[in-house]
Design a protein around this ligand. Sequence first.
Ligand code: ATP
Length: 414
Amino acid sequence: MTDCEIILVGDELLKGERHDAHLPWLARVLAGVGVRVARAYTIRDDADEIRGLIAQRLGETRLLVITGGLGPTPDDVTREAFAAGFARELEFHNPSWQAIVARFESYGRPVTDANRRQAMVPTGGEVIPNAHGTAPGCFLDGGDTLGVLLPGPPRELRPMVERDVLPRVATLFHREPLRVETFRTIGVGESDLMTQFGDALGRLDAWRVSSLPSLTGVDIILTARDGADRGALDEGANRMEGQLRAGLGGKFYEHGIRSLDRVVHDTLSERGDTLAVAESLTGGRIGAMLTDHAGSSAYLLADVVTYSNESKVKMLGVQPEIISEHGAVSEETCTAMAHGVRRATGATWALTTTGIAGPSGGSEKKPVGLVYLGVAWDGGVQAHRVRYRGSRDMVRTRAVYGALWILLDRLHRA
Ligand code: ATP
């Protein structure tokens, strides 16, 4: 019998019209109460399929979570299928209906008869109120398996899970949180990491080790083995952290799950420094990422997208001769952009990107993927020449993370 299985319902997930947001989030919060997600299924809005799968998983998993398809329209069939899968009838639940009516009144819209379907609950079910939408969820005790029915929109589902589902699951399982330690690196390949640290990782007896490479770096993830001793876990994780720090320096940038842009955001905020960015090939992505974080106005003074040569001259004061002599993609232009944006804004730090994203525009001397990343500060400037491989999008994404990383590296040295 598995701990937990999840059924994600929705044609849009299978047509590629929407990314699933539930599994990664649910897996993480359930791990927080010690529960492992063993399987996940993505299936169509088809009542027979949903019912059949639920009936098949009953007794095979202690927790069966089903999401999506609780709306009022005829293609929303999960509620009926959920009840049928557990061999229950649906019955009208007046408190849920009153909540739906009140919600429609607050919108100033008339409630429709179709919405009455959303107030139907399987017999013996226990309603999970939905504070952010019309469709309530429900717990259903199926003997060995507890069913949990939840609506599709993440902004509705997440508060319901946090308020009602996690406490219930924690009482059901009585587990310690699953311990997971994440070490995030950038600028080293997975195989180089394994060559350098494979032996040390292999000696972590209390931990199961995995590595997760992405476009932007490699995460080393330690997951506690069942029954592992707490002292051995702490000792192993601390030892590994020390070894990564000694061996990788700034390329090991996070013990935890903060993203690189979040670490840069936190570091600048803590220091009270300011930043100005001038982007060419990355077209504003650096500023977009940093401004995703509340509080970025405390340090981000400007992000200028200087895509043309002329804008580099007019807006950043790059001398035209520098561009005509060395080209827009050059160490000299990158450095001049960094000085220029820093001068114009008075920021403590300047960060710049210029490069050839492709697929065209490359030459033998300046191939597609050639990127210069610049950072300037009081009394110094540095331009890094890098060569990224892959599609236009990959080159641009790598350039964004490369730039954030060289800034972070400098911040740590300052
Ligand atoms: P509603 O009452 O809003 O209709 P619902 O429970 O019926 O909620 P759906 O109709 O399946 O949910 O989907 C509502 C919204 O939630 C849609 O925009 C859908 O794409 C989104 N959604 C459903 N499942 C997921 C998922 N796994 N990840 C991200 N979004 C999802």
